[in-house]
Design a protein around this ligand. Structure first.
Ligand code: OAD
Length: 246
């Protein structure tokens, strides 16, 4: 398998993930039939304007996602990515997901480009805390410090990505020899631009997606399978290749 050979020759690797990596945990992706954006207008649930207009409606959407994510379990793809970290101690997972499943699978270095469902920030005073209570005692939740409305600490459309995290992700991409791009449509920027950065800096791109994404043109190898099938097989093959060399 060419992907395993590329990985076996690499010193540094980045795994870049999107909603598709959590699909086999039962969490809906965003685009396409049955996608999260099919039932919701983005402008009604995922913009700062929507929150200013109707914080309860926005919170109902995020309360539903928190409930689903809490019930979900990491799948074999998340677990294989966590296993890869043993083979690449420098491995960085750069994710657009907010569900926390990479961390629950055991990945240690996870850069969350779009924030987390499990953090809440006061829209008035900016105080941010971890909060994994499901359900929350009141919606919208209120800040203990100032009494203002709290919001999910996720990135909404029209908002910038957390700068320090984006810079760290960019640095990992410039240094990577291989980048696995898993379960993303690759249409949301600036996140998708990180794959271009990695490719431009010499990383071999391996795409794992049943459908070619908008980033497929950058891929040296495409694995047209579900992540939960492809990634455990890839890690197993990599361990064989490395074992044969030892
Ligand atoms: P999308 O819903 O745009 O794309 C999901 C991708 O996963 C598609 O390319 C599917 O083909 C693929 N896919 C589905 N099942 C899969 C499986 N079992 N294994 C592997 N791949 C599978 O989701 P994202 O690319 O994550 O941003 O979307 C990017 C951003 O757009 C999200 O972070 C979110 C959204 O709007 C914000 O909310 C800021």
């Amino acid at each position: 398998m060419k992907a395993a050979l590329l990985l076996s020759r690499a010193a540094r690797a980045v795994v870049f993930t999107g909603a598709g990596v959590s699909a086999e945990s039962g969490l809906a992706t965003f685009r396409g039939a049955g996608g999260l954006w099919e039932g919701h207008r983005v402008e009604e649930v995922a913009t700062p304007e929507a929150f200013a207009r109707d914080p309860l409606l926005v919170w109902r959407f995020y309360a539903m996602r928190r409930e689903q994510a809490k019930k979900a379990e990491p799948n074999p793809a998340h677990k294989a990515i966590a296993q890869l970290e043993r083979l690449f101690p420098s491995l960085v997972v750069v994710t657009q997901n907010v569900d926390g499943l990479h961390q629950r699978a055991g990945s240690q270095r996870v850069l969350e480009l779009h924030g987390s469902l499990w953090r809440i920030r006061c829209a008035s005073c900016g105080r941010e805390l971890g909060d994994d209570r499901v359900p929350l005692p009141e919606l919208p939740p209120r800040c203990d410090a100032c009494g203002g409305w709290q919001r999910p600490a996720v990135v909404w459309f029209g908002e910038p990505l957390p700068e320090a995290i984006f810079r760290e992700a960019e640095r990992a991409c410039t240094e990577a020899d291989v980048m696995l791009v898993v379960g993303t449509s690759g249409v949301v920027w600036p996140a998708a631009g990180l794959v271009e950065v990695a490719a431009a800096c010499g990383a071999a791109i391996i795409e794992v997606n049943p459908e070619p994404s908008a980033l497929a043109y950058l891929a040296a190898v495409q694995i047209p399978k579900k992540a939960g099938e492809a990634l455990p097989a890839l890690v197993e093959r990599l361990e064989e290749v490395q074992g044969a060399r030892a």
